[in-house]
Design a protein around this ligand. Structure first.
Ligand code: NAD
Ligand code: MG
Length: 391
């Protein structure tokens, strides 16, 4: 750290969370963009480099500067004198660079695991959006944080809410946490309507504007399933301590119930800038660009128990929380492949959850897996899901 200025590495800066992070950082005193990374949207990465002049930019879609990209990388601008790094090696180099204080882990899916784990092992503050890293390897990541002294702080709005609400009591005084779920665009659809869901319908979330994978996950409810597992690892909860309630307005971002029955909630308009900012400024709170609540007009907040279809998706989260081992890696990988297949028109919306369940059931869980065993389980689940789709 240089004085009071904190150096940020934003991994996945070209995505939805990455872009919001840069918007927050621009308005905050005391943070500087040290490094950025982008995968497919090179144009956006180049614009970000021009705007934020980081010391390092990582292009992850190629591992060497020999293929098509480099000439375009030249367009970063002649007056930029930072370094360009490549591939997953470059990403790990940025995530562990001694100059970096805070790593914003905002890559989507298993692709974010290696760099999230590396940042944690290097003892950084890891502002975690990449929930999949905890779903796959929660045990390894949380153990690494303990060993290195890394601070694992949530960006996911529900977990940020729990983190903030939990500050009202002691850890051992928490009875349970209640994760809120918007219910996605198909909250009121029946089985027949769900069977006919199209990709564009699934990508039109009623409240949140997010990347495509998490938007589909929100529609299937598997996002909440992954968040149950994320909550287990972040807060050391047992499966029975994690409840889910549908809250269509997405104003209450989650709640903590203490042993005396008191329930603490965190409220704010649905906008990721607030949880991102809190992960950067914690333990301080600062004025920032997140929208504020408007109490001048009438609004209502609803809380609805999940329906049987939603419960079926959530049951997978409970199962993974109970079984542990390689099961999270399997659920995550099966889901990643299923979501891509749905977006490619190869799998129907209603097949996503049952296919994940089937693959999870076929898997022989390995307890206390190594990193390599987790990657092997991920690989196995991807193959199984690809076969399921072809069958
Ligand atoms: P996104 O698709 O908008 O962005 C993903 C980012 O990851 C991009 O920068 C992309 O370049 C990068 N990326 C993609 N594939 C990669 C690969 N193979 N290697 C390296 N980088 C790669 O996704 P998002 O909505 O910003 O979500 C990012 C993470 O944050 C996800 O884990 C998601 O679950 C979580 N999250 C997002 C939101 C939200 O509001 N968007 C809210 C809570 C949690
Ligand atoms: Mg969330």
């Amino acid at each position: 750290m240089t004085g009071n200025i904190k150096n940020l590495a934003v991994l996945g800066s070209t995505g939805s969370i990455g872009v919001s992070t840069l918007a927050v950082a621009k308005e905050l005193r005391g943070v500087r963009i040290f490094g950025l990374s982008g995968h497919a949207k090179l144009e956006r990465l180049m614009e970000q480099v021009k705007e934020h002049s980081p010391q390092v930019a990582v292009c992850t879609s190629q591992s060497t500067p020999t293929s098509e990209g480099p000439s375009r990388i030249g367009e970063f601008g002649s007056d930029w004198n930072g370094r360009i790094l490549w591939g997953s090696e470059g990403l790990v180099e940025l995530a562990t660079a001694p100059e970096v204080d805070i790593v914003v882990a905002a890559i989507v899916g298993q692709a974010g695991l290696e760099s999230t784990l590396a940042a944690t092992q290097a003892g950084k503050r890891v502002a975690l959006a990449n929930k999949e890293a905890l779903v796959i390897a929660g045990d390894l990541v949380t153990k690494a944080a303990k060993d290195s002294g890394a601070e694992l702080v949530p960006i996911d709005s529900e977990h940020s809410a729990i983190w903030q609400a939990a500050a009202s009591g002691r850890r051992e005084e928490i009875r349970r946490v209640i994760l809120t779920a918007s219910g996605g665009p198909f909250r009121n659809f029946d089985q027949q309507q769900l069977a006919a869901v199209t990709v564009s319908q699934a990508l039109a979330h009623p409240i949140w504007d997010m990347g495509p994978k998490i938007t589909v996950d929100s529609a299937t409810m598997l996002n909440k399933t992954l968040e149950m597992i994320e909550a287990k690892w972040l807060f050391g909860l047992s499966p029975e301590q994690i409840e889910v309630v549908i809250h269509p307005q997405s104003i209450v971002h989650s709640m903590v119930e203490f042993v005396d029955g008191s329930v603490m909630a965190q409220l704010s308009p649905p906008d990721m800038k607030l949880p991102i900012q809190y992960a950067l400024t914690y333990p301080a709170r600062m004025p920032g660009p997140a929208p504020k609540m408007n109490w001048d007009s009438l609004f209502r907040l609803e809380f609805i128990p999940p329906n049987p279809l939603q419960r079926a998706a959530l049951a997978l989260g409970r199962q993974v929380c109970e079984v542990g081992g390689t099961s999270g890696a399997v659920l995550n990988a099966a889901n990643e492949v299923a979501v891509q297949a749905f977006m490619d028109g190869k799998l129907s919306f209603l097949e996503i959850v049952p296919s994940c369940r089937e693959i999870l059931e076929q898997h022989q869980t390995i307890p206390n897996p190594t990193y390599e065993q987790l990657l092997a389980a991920d690989c196995w689940a991807r193959q199984e899901m690809n076969q399921w789709i072809l069958a």
